[in-house]
Design a protein around this ligand. Sequence first.
Ligand SMILES: Cc1cc2nc3c(=O)[nH]c(=O)nc-3n(C[C@H](O)[C@H](O)[C@H](O)COP(=O)(O)O)c2cc1C
Length: 303
Amino acid sequence: MTVLQFNERVYEAIIRRRSIRRYKKEEVDPALQGKILKFKSKIVPLEPENQFDYTIHRVKDRPEGLVEILGLYGKIADCPHFILPLLRGQKHVHEDLGFRMQQLVIYLTELGIATCYIGSAHREEKVREMFDLGEDERITAFILFGYPDERLEARQFEEHIWRNVGARNKKPLEQILFKDTFGNPFPLEELEPRHKKVFEAARNTPSAVNTQPWRFIFKDGKVVYLAVQRGLQYHKKLGAAVGEKYKFCLTDAGIVMGNFMLASRVYGFQGNWELIADEGERKKISSLLALPSNFYLVASSSF
Ligand SMILES: Cc1cc2nc3c(=O)[nH]c(=O)nc-3n(C[C@H](O)[C@H](O)[C@H](O)COP(=O)(O)O)c2cc1C
């Protein structure tokens, strides 16, 4: 099995990536599409028991009814391809999907290909039917991809969308990184430059409706805990039913763990994310970290 390469190119792609919604009509060369498919074997799992897979589709060959789901009326223009990522398995499905999809998104960015996630967790049944997928195949988002439209009008449109969703407004580290307990901002001057680089990568992560639900508690200079905010209003903006909103913040948790893992490898850290599965343990650690009740403890990693 080939392994992921962790180098400055990866870090640079994490920082450079933006969601793109205006594309050139031009399709990506089939040989390059083959490379994208081969990348599968390099993707690091979060839960090794789960199986991750994805297929590449042409937007023009899409099944009937997908236009609305992909937001192809108005918001997204001329995108030639989409990826359907899916996971077979039961364990931490949304976190694992996010974690693996993000490695793919960063690889595409490295190749100079633009992407945009399209959340579908709230329409999973419909998507499963459309693609004739099995009950055990889980989906939380599509990944649109192609070459960005560089024309002035398209760039101006992107700027307009970015302003609308506040995509440029990523929360500063002071708001998302705490020292030892929740709410205690980490004095940035105390942060080692290598650690800072990794947290900067995390800060630059895409999230559904740019909610950036993640908070990091860096404890005793050794362990990082990840918690996500619950009760965010995804359903209003995405049309998702109230019960569905957790799927998005858990997907976002997986995505941010993906960026964190990639960046930490670039800077020589070897820690792995361990998901917290036991409710008793979650309660105990949450109390130790003084986590407010609207935050959900997801995982920890040595750092
Ligand atoms: C799980 C997920 C679902 C998303 N769904 C959509 C979507 O349906 N439509 C859309 O235009 N953007 C979607 N996005 C993109 C976000 O709006 C975008 O990541 C956020 O605004 C931050 O901007 P950036 O990706 O340029 O950093 C999604 C992102 C994620 C992570």
